[in-house]
Design a protein. Structure first.
Length: 317
């Protein structure tokens, strides 16, 4: 790969994505695929029937704010020639961003969904994570050998050639070019309480996110899978005491083989074939089972849990 040629192709893909987004084209995201894999009924009610309201939470508020501020910090700091980052107080930026998003969500939702104490705790944890990354930056992001190509990189890839096309939409949190290995690096940021357990790391749906991004980035830029690496950067709010020190950042790379990527892509394509007809419309002629999950986990965190009129308890598996 030649970096300058890569930048040209990437820019063309971004321009195309932004043009498509301006038009009323239908699209599907990884979030849809993930929700369907967890509970098909919830997906049907949320997307096909458009009954989902997705009430706000302090975790969503924190996640959105931290993503934005960390991306802003990396954009500023990763360029060794940029001295402007020294003038920005990113701790204050993060606290203000959390409060700004909370206020916005509160106004839209009409009532508080957290307490002032909890909000302060999330702000404090966020600053600690940010300071840890700042102090250990090169342990996570190689300023010497990695070129930052973009943050929130948008891509729109056609997945159904119907009269009105259906697109897969994605946003890559951080995209780097590694000059040592001549590869692209897709870095997806996740916020978490204690980090990912071994169970989470084995969750094929969860880890398939970056593999799908890899597959569609490969298609957009005309690259082999071997030229694209992926990882999750999981930042942890550590509020409990532990007998051993825990890092604020956990790096996890899922299996990178072509087989793993193709399997994730096949599962996604099966989802699309199941829930969309040939014209890209939601299918209403099939059953969408309601899956409770272990110990009713899915239902406990579902906004339709008490809507027995549309999701009867006796029909839940």
């Amino acid at each position: 790969m030649v970096l300058e040629d890569l930048k040209v192709k990437l820019n063309e893909a971004i321009v195309f994505a932004n043009e498509v987004k301006q038009k009323p084209h239908r699209h599907v995201s990884f979030s849809q695929f993930s929700m369907y894999s967890q509970c098909a009924k919830k997906w049907f009610l949320s997307y096909a029937l458009k009954l989902g309201t997705r009430p706000p939470s302090i975790h969503m508020t924190f996640g959105t704010a931290f993503h934005e501020v960390l991306q802003e910090y990396i954009t500023s700091y990763h360029d060794k020639n940029n001295k402007e980052n020294e003038k920005v107080n990113f701790d204050t930026e993060l606290i203000n961003k959390i409060k700004e998003i909370y206020k916005r969500d509160y106004n839209n939702y009409g009532k508080h969904f957290s307490t002032s104490l909890e909000l302060s705790e999330f702000c404090e944890q966020g600053v600690k994570i940010l300071n840890h990354i700042r102090s250990n930056y090169n342990s996570y992001y190689d300023r010497q050998n990695w070129t930052l190509l973009g943050v929130e990189v948008p891509l729109m890839v056609k997945i159904l050639n119907s009269e009105e096309p259906l697109y897969f939409i994605l946003f890559i949190d951080l995209l780097f070019y590694d000059k040592l290995n001549n590869t692209l690096i897709i870095d997806d940021i996740k916020t978490s309480g204690k980090g990912w357990s071994s169970y989470s790391k084995k969750d094929k749906i969860k880890t398939s996110q970056v593999l799908l991004y890899k597959a569609f980035l490969s298609k957009s830029l005309g690259l082999d899978y071997k030229n694209i690496d992926t990882r999750f950067t999981i930042v942890r709010r550590i509020t409990d005491a532990y007998d051993f020190p825990l890092s604020r950042v956990q790096l996890f790379k899922p299996a990178q083989s072509n087989r793993s990527t193709d399997l994730a892509l096949d599962n996604f394509k099966n989802f699309v074939k199941t829930v969309f007809d040939k014209e890209g419309n939601y299918r209403h002629d099939i059953e969408y089972p309601a899956v409770m999950g272990n110990n009713c986990f899915n239902c406990n965190y579902c906004e339709f849990n008490d809507r027995h009129d549309i999701c009867p308890t006796e029909n839940r598996l």
